[in-house]
Ligand binder design. Structure first.
Ligand code: GLC
Length: 655
């Protein structure tokens, strides 16, 4: 059962696409405040809270507070309450089991046992929102019901399951060629190379630097001939520059966000002074979306949308004010307090709350302050692109993923988890984010493999890869100034070759399970507590995941560790892969095990009454053939598997 409540005048977010009659009285486990701005529920000692998609900390969100407020934050430490996404859905699994979705595009506060361990409190900035309470037989049933009402998730093309290499930035066509050569010469499979901001002419969206990438169209097709897709970045803000047509058109048509007085709100991002397209306005979406055609016409078939929280380096007004205030420090001996104030002035320029309060949208004909609808911005930018793709490329799947997101955007694109770091804890973090993002509809997901910030050591990159090789988006991306992170730059190229080749061998299974989770509203990454609800031990396991219906993984995510404890909720068959061809198959009993895992090894655990399979070694997804498989299962087990190759196409295979 799903109960829908509406308070005040909710914004039309289009997150939920099914309509429901409104209900008046809330279930008795939820207590609503008089002003409707917050509600609480009691938590049993062993209750688990799953959800909130892309956020820090564990799979179980209990014991901290989170704020839905899409934020450009490059340091994902466990004290952060907001990352780039606003995924306001969670499920309480315990004495009462139910799901809650708060459809409000401004700030939403989730106090999950932070103030009081036994109470959850959700507060909303204003009493204009929709609230959905989802009840069902168990957690999985509740998730399915929720996913049904938010509509089918985006389906990525199969090539986007190939390995993808990125860096901020490959500056020229020759540099890209060198990267591709590095992979092809070393026989490490690859399908895509990313173009970060420097491919553009002065960071202007939908332009290509003639100097760095002469004859871009030919270059794209040269890469296609080598089975490489080029994936350019698109940033939300548009450079303010006379003569730049996107700026000129947008300004002439009043398509940019306005300040209080109705003038264009001027901010700054990579290109310097920039304007924010008002993606909440449908006309602006139609206009901006069609701009992607310029790159599509040159052969591009994948994009990543960035800086769309939106990130603001400063606003013109705030910069001016800050400059004035700084004057008072000139020639002064600063006391400690003054030094801090001085530093705060400059540091406070970026993503300043006062700036988010100072610009406006034309949302369904109404002037709306950005702060009230902040979390829709990246979603509506990405929606603009995806809706245009349906017109430009009606018969093709275009790869699209975004940094900022809100539930609803899952129908248009995937997400990556932004600027993580080359930290061991970030291997663990993505393991926690995967199932929670899936719950909220985001199925094409992944983290920057090896970490974006900081320098990745070889062992970290290997262990990171050993988890990423199961995620739909398997992209290695690193920040400007960090150690080169391409696999062939490291000493043990062979191990990376084996890992990526194994990934390609698993694509038939992974893509099929991905399609199934989209089609049937299930999870591709399932916590053991949800997959085995009767097993109490499983409720507390956060470092093992079911991947699809047939296998479980237990990655190593600690440095200098060559083994780990693994809990098997049932008898399973363990495959120890050293490469696609070199592996041992070991039957294991239900229960606790300590298992050695060398740096170059990957463990896959096959469920008792299922089989796993891998395809042949290939160099790109263009060589994928769904016909020759190696099967893995318990001795004597014979079974059938429905292999999905398209969302509406499947065949039955037998071991
Ligand atoms: C942002 C993105 C990152 C990108 C960089 C430069 O930090 O999150 O992925 O490399 O901008 O475009």
């Amino acid at each position: 059962m799903i109960f829908k409540y509406a308070f005040g005048r909710p914004f039309k977010t289009d997150a939920v696409i099914k309509s429901f009659p409104l209900v008046n009285s809330l279930p008795d486990y939820i207590e609503m405040s008089q002003d409707k701005k917050s509600f609480t529920a009691k938590l049993g000692v062993d209750d688990i809270i799953y959800g909130l998609g892309e956020s820090v900390r564990g799979i179980n969100k209990r014991g901290f507070r989170y704020i839905s407020n899409c934020t450009d934050d490059f340091s994902h430490t466990e004290d952060k309450s907001s990352l780039y996404a606003a995924h306001n859905f969670f499920v309480v699994d315990g004495e009462e089991t139910y799901g809650i979705y708060v459809d409000f595009p401004g700030k939403v506060y989730f106090d999950f046992g932070y103030t009081d361990l036994d109470t959850l409190t959700v507060s909303v900035e204003e009493a204009n929102y929709e609230l959905y309470v989802v009840e069902g037989d168990n957690v999985m049933d509740i998730i399915k019901k929720f996913r049904e009402i938010i509509g089918q998730s985006y389906v990525a093309p199969k090539w986007a399951f190939g390995y993808q290499q990125s860096r901020w930035s490959y500056n020229t066509a020759d540099e890209v060629r060198e990267i591709v050569r590095g992979y092809r010469d070393n026989h490490i499979p690859i399908d895509a190379v990313y173009l970060d901001i420097d491919y553009m002419d002065n960071y202007k969206d939908f332009t290509v630097s003639e100097k760095a990438f002469p004859d871009f169209k030919n270059f794209v097709s040269e890469m296609k001939d080598n089975n490489i897709h080029l994936v350019p970045i698109i940033d939300a803000a548009v450079k303010k520059e006379r003569g730049y047509d996107v700026y000129e058109e947008g300004a002439a048509k009043d398509y940019f966000c306005k300040d209080e007085d109705g003038n264009d709100f001027v901010t700054a991002v990579w290109p310097g002074k920039s304007l924010l397209p008002d993606f909440l306005n449908e006309k602006v979406r139609d206009w901006f979306g069609m701009k992607y055609k310029r790159l599509i016409d040159m052969g591009i078939d994948g994009f990543w949308n960035d800086m769309n929280e939106p990130a603001l380096f400063y606003s013109e007004k705030n910069l001016k004010k800050t400059m004035e205030e700084l004057k008072k420090y000139v020639g002064k001996d600063l006391s400690l307090q003054e030094l801090w104030d001085f530093k705060d002035l400059v540091n406070g320029l970026a993503n300043s709350p006062s700036d988010y309060r100072s610009f406006y949208h034309n949302f369904n004909g109404e002037k709306v302050c950005h702060e009230r609808v902040h979390n829709l911005y990246g979603y509506f930018m990405t929606r603009a692109a995806a809706e245009a793709f349906r017109i430009i490329e009606p018969d093709k799947k275009v790869l699209m993923f975004s940094r900022a997101s809100y539930i609803g955007m899952h129908r248009y694109a995937g997400i990556w988890t932004g600027d993580n770091s080359s930290w061991w804890s970030h291997i663990e973090l993505i393991m926690h984010q995967l199932p929670n993002m899936n719950m909220c509809g985001f199925m094409y997901v992944g983290a920057d493999t090896g970490g974006f910030n900081n320098n990745a050591t070889e062992d970290l990159l290997m262990r990171f890869t050993e988890l990423s090789m199961f995620t739909p988006l398997m992209r290695n991306h690193a920040a400007l100034g960090t150690r080169p992170q391409e696999f062939f730059r490291y000493k043990n190229i062979k191990t990376f070759r084996n890992l990526v080749t194994l990934r390609y061998g698993m694509i038939p299974y992974l893509y099929s399970e991905y399609l199934k989770s989209v089609k049937f509203n299930t999870l591709m990454f399932t916590p053991l507590g949800i997959a085995f609800p009767e097993d109490r031990i499983c409720r507390h396991i956060e470092d093992q995941l079911m991947v699809g219906e047939n296998i479980m993984i237990a990655p190593v995510y600690k440095q200098n560790t060559f083994g780990r404890y693994v809990y098997l909720p049932e008898d399973m068959t363990m495959i120890r892969f050293r490469s696609l061809e070199d592996r041992d198959v070991v039957p294991l009993r239900k229960g606790h095990h300590y298992i050695n895992v060398a740096l170059h090894e990957v463990l896959v655990f096959v469920r008792k009454d299922k089989f796993f399979f891998t395809g042949k070694a290939i160099q790109s997804t263009a060589e994928l053939e769904n016909n020759e498989y190696t099967f893995y299962c318990a001795d004597g087990y014979k079974g059938e598997y429905e292999l999905f190759t398209e969302i509406y196409k499947s065949e039955r295979i037998h071991n």
